[in-house]
Ligand binder design. Structure first.
Ligand SMILES: C[S@@+](CC[C@H](N)C(=O)[O-])C[C@H]1O[C@@H](n2cnc3c(N)ncnc32)[C@H](O)[C@@H]1O
Length: 196
């Protein structure tokens, strides 16, 4: 079975455009077959962005959106916070779309092709992610656990996970090695704030 995160070069391309506004900011996202949430902005990702913007208590000089897809989270934050953002994904088509969307939305962002943090050399004040729950528990936990080593001092990981996809057990697993707090919940999605 093909997942949106596998690289299927044969999947026919059909670019479509998603218009999106948040507060006074307008965005256009190019999307395509074979990427996550290809026809609309994902509810959980939007809940994560809105919760983060409402709840954040400090400034973040360096940000990484890991598993960025076509770039919704990273590009939105880069524009609204006027901050440079790095992004990465394992899906080549998503990375290409993300490059197009960085240019189209005129943000200071860079996207890397990377298996989780494999090609990520920097460390960050904020790692933000809607991780791929369909990729299995091991990949999901790597998105969060391995991110701890990529944080600057007092850095934070913000993530959204569905309760049905194991949010509770992810939280319990993380609590054994670091701080992990549920800071919001909507329609079965939990926002976790994770720190060293
Ligand atoms: C739930 S989607 C979120 C996409 C995007 N952040 C959004 O909000 O629309 C998870 C993303 O993780 C990517 N992904 C899956 N496995 C990965 C891996 N091993 N390394 C990096 N990215 C991965 C998928 O390609 C997908 O784009």
């Amino acid at each position: 079975m093909e997942h949106y995160f596998t690289n299927n070069e044969n999947l026919k391309s059909k670019i479509r455009y998603i218009n999106f506004s948040l507060d006074a900011y307008n965005f256009v996202f190019a999307s395509d077959n074979g990427v996550f949430s290809k026809n609309k902005i994902d509810y959980a990702s939007l809940f994560l962005v809105k919760t983060f913007l409402k709840s954040k208590k400090k400034e973040y000089a360096s940000i990484l959106d890991v598993g960025c897809g076509y770039g919704f989270i990273g590009i939105t934050l880069s524009k609204i916070l006027d901050t440079p953002v790095d992004m990465c994904d394992i899906n080549k088509r998503a990375v290409h779309l993300c490059e197009m969307n960085i240019e189209e939305n005129k943000v200071r962002a860079t996207v890397f092709l990377s298996n989780i943090y494999e090609n990520i050399k920097n460390s960050y004040d904020l790692i933000i992610t809607n991780p791929p729950t369909h990729a299995g528990k091991e990949v999901l936990m790597s998105f969060l656990k391995d991110g701890l080593a990529k944080l600057n001092k007092d850095g934070e990981i913000w993530c959204v996970i569905s309760k049905d996809k194991g949010a509770k057990s992810v939280k319990e697993g993380l609590e054994k090695i670091c701080k992990c707090e549920k800071i919001a919940q909507s329609k079965g999605f939990w926002i976790l704030l994770i720190k060293n």
